[in-house]
Design a protein around this ligand. Structure first.
Ligand code: SF4
Length: 365
């Protein structure tokens, strides 16, 4: 299949790995932001093809993992109301809240339904005018346009029984927060190609300039990741820092302008709490006042909640690239995909799930 087979070709991958080895003269710490890229690295054992000098750490780009515990608790509380149909992406059902999860709420009789797109939730609202349908709208810039479109569509149709519990996060403020942290070790970033397909690359120029850190926008196949690593290493070894785009088959500088327009019509930038990490200024999206009637937080007057993460879970450090999943004492013992203590063990983009599924119980570097 064109645009897929050549990016999984082991000969190309090995040639890139050999060039990375030849180009590397000293230690470097690189971070891939996106959980999809983490899974590619673990699934194909790409880290084992790299020289020992290169350490790849995993970033906070797993939308399910960074959705605050409070949002999960709010979703469970809403789902347990008899008048509510709670609609969610499937990944969110097993994510532990402070005492339960949506899967258990469903087992207790809550009407929790899985959707593959937010427009399905709008359809459910249309078909159930006597119920209140709440869509759990989470994710990065990639899911924001479709979620915005759902609110726009509901408003256009005058639906009064549809709302969204919104927890949207943005990548560039997260990179900024990592770079200003006193514990940061990252010297180069692979930026998420799907986010940049929507948003373009312009936002990353200021990060390169402000922190003098190279950033390469990368794709999700093994050859994409290795090529992005090589592009970063060449810059680092030459003492340069630029924004480069490895994922040219999908990403342009300006991105998808109509998608950005619908996002800007429905959402505005707001401070956002990230699960495990804490609040990051201007790192999220919330519904604009014109869409307040579709904001489940306001409709149901959910108010503020503060809950503590399980003490044993070190996901905060995993999501900031400070620890690997296998450094967690609970990994594979008290925390498994069947009985997760933290979201990174549940999500299809979670780093702990990647290490668990690909049986990488020992980390060499
Ligand atoms: S293995 Fe489980 S407990 Fe440990 S960091 Fe990952 S999700 Fe948290």
């Amino acid at each position: 299949m064109k645009y897929l087979d050549e990016y999984r070709d082991h000969r190309i991958a090995r040639a890139l790995a050999a060039e990375i080895v030849r180009s590397t003269t000293r230690p470097w710490v690189l971070m891939e932001i996106c959980g999809g890229q983490t899974h590619t690295i673990m699934r194909y054992g790409l880290d084992e093809l790299l020289p020992r000098e290169i350490e790849v750490v995993h970033g906070p780009g797993c939308p399910v993992c960074v959705t605050p515990l409070e949002t999960v608790d709010k979703a469970i509380a809403l789902a347990l109301r008899p008048e509510v149909i709670l609609v969610s992406y499937g990944d969110m059902l097993r994510v532990p809240g402070s005492h339960s999860d949506l899967f258990r709420a469903k087992a207790q009789g809550a009407d929790v339904r899985i959707a593959y797109s937010p427009t399905e939730a709008v359809k459910i609202a249309r078909a159930n005018p006597d119920r209140k349908v709440v869509f759990l709208a989470i994710g990065f810039e990639t899911t924001a346009p479709a979620n915005a479109m759902a609110a726009w569509q509901a408003q256009r149709e005058g639906l009064t029984n549809f709302s969204m519990l919104v927890s949207h996060v943005l990548v560039p403020p997260a990179i900024r927060a990592l770079m200003v942290s006193s514990t940061n070790r990252v010297q180069g970033f692979i930026a998420p190609g799907h986010v940049c397909t929507v948003m373009g690359c312009n936002e990353y120029e200021s990060l390169v300039r402000d922190f003098r850190v190279p950033i390469v926008v990368g794709g999700f196949e093994p050859v994409d990741i290795l090529e992005a690593v090589l592009m970063l290493i060449k810059q680092l070894e030459a003492g340069e820092e630029r924004l480069e785009n490895q994922y040219v088959r999908s990403v342009s500088m300006q991105g998808n302008v109509p998608a950005q327009q619908i996002m800007a019509e429905v959402f505005e930038i707001a401070d956002q709490k990230w699960r495990g990490i804490g609040p990051i200024p201007r790192s999220g999206l919330r519904l604009r006042a014109e869409y307040a009637a579709y904001d489940a937080d306001r409709v149901f007057q959910l108010g503020e909640m503060t809950v503590d993460e399980p003490a044993e879970c070190i996901s905060a450090q995993v999501l900031q690239g400070l620890k690997k999943p296998t450094n967690c004492p609970a990994f594979g013992m008290r925390c498994t995909p069947e009985n997760p203590l933290g979201a990174p063990m549940v999500s299809s983009e979670g780093a702990c799930a990647a290490y668990y599924h690909y049986r990488r119980h020992a980390v060499a570097k």
